[in-house]
Design a protein around this ligand. Structure first.
Ligand SMILES: C[S@@+](CC[C@H](N)C(=O)[O-])C[C@H]1O[C@@H](n2cnc3c(N)ncnc32)[C@H](O)[C@@H]1O
Length: 209
């Protein structure tokens, strides 16, 4: 079940950005939220970076400040058009995350911000396999997304947010053991940092097999 607000958030970029900024207050604001993936990240500025499901380029905007080869991929042509306007320095590809038009071992880091909760379980598995395929050996995969709250006080805000803006797949993600999924696909999970009472995770993994 979802509400009309979800439709608005995809239709009107200002609405998406406002909701995103309000939600990010739980981690200290949008600016801090967009930098969370940088913590402990040691990677060459010349590395090849993919912003998977880049949307209108919100995370891409932060990535281009640190890396010279950034590509954004999204299945929505409107999102890609908006990302090109927002962050012209990056390259963009309009494609599905579960079947990416990249050759094997073409990226050193794949980051995906607040998008995996939109995937059906089977799709999620396919995407993790695809990410594994396109990463270089020892390449890194960072997932930033919802997580089951560890602080009970955060259940009400997250449940309200999911009810207003998300679909059933977001609820499914709260029950999914992403770490196990990554491990069985050939990734070593290096850390899982939790924020906002445990309702947001930054999950870092590395291709090992
Ligand atoms: C909630 S937005 C996140 C956008 C951005 N990464 C951010 O941090 O704000 C999710 C994005 O995932 C994209 N998306 C959903 N399913 C996809 C798929 N199967 N392949 C590629 N992109 C997909 C949508 O088009 C949308 O732009």
């Amino acid at each position: 079940m979802t509400t009309i607000l979800r439709d608005w958030s995809y239709r009107y970029q200002w609405f998406y950005d406002t909701v995103s900024a309000l939600a990010a207050l739980s981690v200290g604001g949008e600016n801090r939220f967009r930098k969370l993936f940088l913590k402990d990240l040691q990677i060459n500025p010349d590395a090849k970076i993919l912003d998977l499901c880049c949307g209108a380029g919100q995370a891409t905007q932060e990535l281009v400040k640190h890396f010279s080869h950034v590509t954004g991929l999204d299945a929505s042509p409107i999102a890609i058009k908006r990302a090109k306007q927002r962050v012209p320095q990056a390259e963009y590809v309009d494609a599905f995350a579960e079947k990416m038009p990249f050759s094997d071992r073409s990226f050193d880091l794949v980051i995906t911000s607040t998008a995996m909760h939109e995937m059906e379980p089977e799709q999620l598995q396919q995407i993790i396999q695809e990410v594994h395929r396109i990463l270089t050996p020892e390449g890194q995969f960072i997932i930033i997304d919802f997580h089951r709250p560890t602080n009970p006080l955060f259940w009400l805000p997250i449940a309200t947010f999911l009810w207003l803006f998300e679909t059933e797949t977001a609820w499914q993600l709260l029950k999914t053991d992403l770490q196990q999924l990554l491990s069985k696909t050939g990734f070593k999970v290096e850390s899982c940092q939790l924020y906002a009472g445990g309702s947001l995770q930054v999950l870092r993994s590395r291709k090992v097999l």
